[in-house]
Design a protein around this ligand. Structure first.
Ligand code: PLP
Length: 233
């Protein structure tokens, strides 16, 4: 078995164990393989081991990979920061976008989604940790943004996404994920029909699963360390 295949198996088993430990069904938790900075060969290896959902963070890097691998039937998710001048290729090439954090971006994605494609599946990214440098809508903007996004014709608003501040303390990891979950429940209480909490990365996904994650976004635990500087979008 290749390293990627055995890493994938270990992550799947760990997701199942985290789910079982709090009485959740592991089938409710989708594993998204974050392939940013890794070559198409790595994606092919994970695909051969049964992985079908992959995520990228940089449009320039993603487009040639998507082109090379078209025909495999990969479901591509965009999870990186979105500049207004990059919305068109995102709307044309991805099935999901997790990182929508402004109405203007949502409107552009809806306008630019090609006719004949299914609606773009989107999450509203929330800045849970309140770090000024971070992407994401402020918690007090979430209701207004989500209502606006839910009305756009070519988007399907599925839920919320967050990237909390990194840290190994389980209690603070869980507190951040619980805050995202609270906002998600609030939106559902306001009548929005949502089913997705996109939260949890290689270092904190057991905590995210304990707080209700339905999609975990895992990169380094599958593909290894990203050993070159991440580019800007
Ligand atoms: C890179 C990235 C991930 C994956 O991070 P790992 O720590 O490698 O699992 C998940 N979500 C987002 C938004 C990312 O940018």
């Amino acid at each position: 078995m290749t390293t990627i295949a055995s890493n994938l198996q270990a992550v799947r088993e760990s997701i199942a164990a985290s789910a079982a430990s709090i009485g959740r069904n592991a089938d409710e938790i989708a594993l998204l393989a974050v392939s940013k900075t890794f070559p198409v060969e790595a994606i092919r290896e994970a695909f051969s081991a049964g992985q079908r959902r992959f995520a990228e963070s940089y449009v320039q890097e993603a487009l040639p990979k998507i082109e090379t691998l078209k025909g495999l039937g990969i479901e591509w998710h965009f999870i990186g920061p979105i500049q207004a001048n990059k919305t068109r290729p995102i709307a044309q090439n991805f099935a999901w976008v997790h990182s929508v954090d402004r109405l203007k971006i949502a409107e552009r994605l809806s306008d630019q989604r090609p006719a004949g494609m299914p609606p773009l599946q989107v999450c509203l990214q929330v800045n849970i940790s309140g770090e000024a440098s971070k992407s994401g809508a402020a918690p007090n903007e979430v209701l207004e943004f989500a209502k606006g996004m839910a009305m756009l014709p070519n988007l399907s608003l599925r839920g919320l996404m967050a990237v909390p501040a990194p840290g190994n303390d389980k209690a603070s990891q869980r507190a951040a994920f619980a805050e995202l979950r609270r906002l998600y429940e609030m939106l559902k209480g306001e009548g929005l029909s949502l089913d997705t909490l996109s939260m949890g990365m290689s270092d904190d996904y057991p905590s995210a699963i304990a707080e209700g994650a339905t999609i975990v976004r895992i990169g380094s635990a599958i593909f290894g360390r990203r050993n070159y500087m991440e580019r800007k979008a």
